[in-house]
Write a protein that binds this ligand. Structure first.
Ligand code: FAD
Length: 497
């Protein structure tokens, strides 16, 4: 409530925020978390909390009147449709050169993501986090993060035989025939639950195409892991539908935090001002960068340095589909949880996730989300005349990502005698190069912050989310975001409390 004095305030309830809240609470600190999205803890009129990927409704999008599906077209038909404006779960946030997809709600991106829980290869960490000790990360913090997230591995013999991963086995066959290393990757979806789904003994989630707009069963989102443990300490409270708009030094020490309460139409219903001893920016790469860029430019936090808002990357995300021969069906039943990837990072700069296309019908299509070694880095800037934060990313900057992905798929197409799909992202368009699922950077570790996420110029302010990572993780990012948060909060608790 307005006027409250809070020892530690955490902005956002995604990976970074959840780690911070749990560890601070375990160290005896009272924590309050502020989350702009909804709680996602109550069933809607259809008896379900989350909407199905194939049937988007008001729950699906953050304050849009029309869906903006990552795959916008199918066989020439546009897929998007009108939905009521609502504080839904997936934000397709448009900047001039890129649409950045993000989760909104208690649990952040863990609510909407594919659950792929990938630890980067150790020899690649130097390029990902150049100022962080690999020994510490692989000895302590990656294992801690994987345990805290509930990461599990799929039984390879089941993967080899189940109908729901036929599409992934087609992906393997094509990758291996072209000589590419193919890897099974861990996930936070409970594979024991998935096998029960297949057996028909539990309500279906992954096998009912639930992914982009939330999973009603089976997925170990942060609500079920870090946040459940944080709440169980009795020291963590959460305000959903509350958005932080300002943080500034308070006269008597600590920070004045301004918070707007929203209704489910996105309209502000109240403005609250609290004082916090310490503030953890965990609003995600975009959310944290937007706040810090604005607060620096408007003079609210004048001590932030010139690195603020810089070093932002898209993790090199680019999508594409391939059209298979009739003798290579990918299956009408596809688990929505990806489990495999083609690793051509060292030779071609691409790691391609074999992604599901859970339409319920045979499509003869293989679909991929590639993570590539894209060198471009963008910057957030404050536009005083519009009162908005802008991002300098250019659409043409995806070209190196397309080239990297082509090192895999041109070769596979040649070997298999197949072609790219041209119907998934609009008319005659091969590449999904307009988006990212993996925003990273904007408050880069060791640049805008010290080597543990302490923001320069303002003691007691920290960045502790994907904004710390300089634009690329070589694989899907949330395990690295979680492990880095574990590393940083341990140091902060030991020295700053
Ligand atoms: P987030 O998880 O984004 O959390 C930030 C939170 O802060 C959000 O809940 C947001 O609503 C809130 N917030 C923002 N601004 C404010 C404010 N001003 N006030 C209050 N609250 C605020 N990664 C993987 O590793 N594997 C995958 O399989 C994978 N699949 C993905 C699929 C999709 C469709 C998407 C969108 C992402 C996927 N990701 C995946 C990426 C992963 O989800 C993100 O990297 C991760 O969630 C980022 O964690 P974070 O802690 O930085 O921030």
């Amino acid at each position: 409530e307005s006027g409250a004095q809070i020892p530690a305030l955490v902005i956002g309830t995604g990976y970074g925020g959840s780690v911070a809240a749990l560890r601070l609470a375990q160290a005896g600190v009272e924590v309050h978390m502020v989350e702009m999205g909804m709680a996602w803890d109550a069933a809607d009129s259809d008896g379900k909390i989350f909407a199905n990927t194939t049937r988007p409704d008001r729950r699906s999008y953050w304050l849009r009147t029309r869906t903006k599906q990552p795959l916008s077209n199918f066989l020439g038909f546009p897929l998007d449709k009108a939905v009521p404006r609502y504080t839904g779960i997936l934000d397709a946030e448009d900047f001039s050169g890129i649409t950045v997809y993000q989760g909104r709600g208690v649990g952040g991106g863990s609510l909407v993501n594919g659950g792929m829980a990938v630890t980067p290869r150790r020899e690649r960490l130097g390029a990902v986090l150049p100022t962080v000790s690999a020994e510490e990360m692989y000895g302590v913090y990656y294992p801690r993060a994987n345990a805290g997230l509930g990461v599990n591995e799929i039984d390879p013999s089941w993967w080899d035989s189940t109908d729901c991963y036929q599409y992934a086995r087609v992906g393997r066959r094509h990758a291996e025939r072209s000589g590419f290393p193919f890897v099974l990757v861990p996930n936070v979806y409970d594979f024991a639950y998935m096998r029960q789904e297949e057996a028909g003994t539990v309500p279906k989630s992954a096998l009912a195409a639930e992914i982009l707009y939330g999973n009603n069963h089976g997925k170990k989102s942060l609500q079920k892991t870090y946040l459940a443990r944080a709440r169980a300490t009795g020291k963590v409270s959460i305000s959903p539908l509350h958005k932080v708009t300002s943080v500034a030094p308070a006269a008597g020490g600590g920070y004045t935090v301004v918070i707007e309460q929203l209704d489910t139409g996105g309209v502000r219903t109240a403005t609250k001002t609290v004082t916090a001893g310490k503030v953890f920016f965990a609003a995600g790469s975009v959310g944290t960068s937007k706040l810090l860029t604005k607060l620096r430019a408007t003079g609210a936090l004048p001590g932030l340095n010139a690195e603020t808002g810089k070093g932002w990357g898209d993790n090199g995300n680019v999508m594409c589909g391939r059209a298979n021969h009739l003798w290579d069906p990918t299956g009408s039943l596809q688990s929505s949880m990806p489990t495999a990837g083609i690793d051509n990072w060292d030779a071609g700069g691409a790691f391609a996730e074999v992604a599901p296309l859970p339409t319920g019908i045979e499509t003869f299509a293989s679909f991929y989300l590639s993570i590539t070694n894209n060198p471009h880095r963008a910057e957030f800037t404050w536009n005083a005349s519009t009162g908005a934060v802008e991002l300098s990313w250019q659409r043409s900057w995806k070209q190196p990502s397309i080239e990297a992905a082509k090192t895999i798929f041109d070769k596979i197409n040649k070997k298999e005698g197949t072609i790219y799909r041209t119907d998934l992202f609009g008319l005659s368009k091969i590449w999904g190069d307009h988006l990212t699922y993996h925003p990273l950077g904007g408050a880069v570790l060791g640049k805008a912050t010290d080597n543990y996420g302490r923001l320069h110029g303002h003691p007691g302010l920290y960045a502790i989310d994907g904004s710390l990572i300089p634009g690329n993780t070589t694989v899907n990012p949330f395990v690295t975001i979680t492990a880095l948060a574990e590393r940083n909060i341990e140091q902060i608790i030991a020295t700053d409390l």
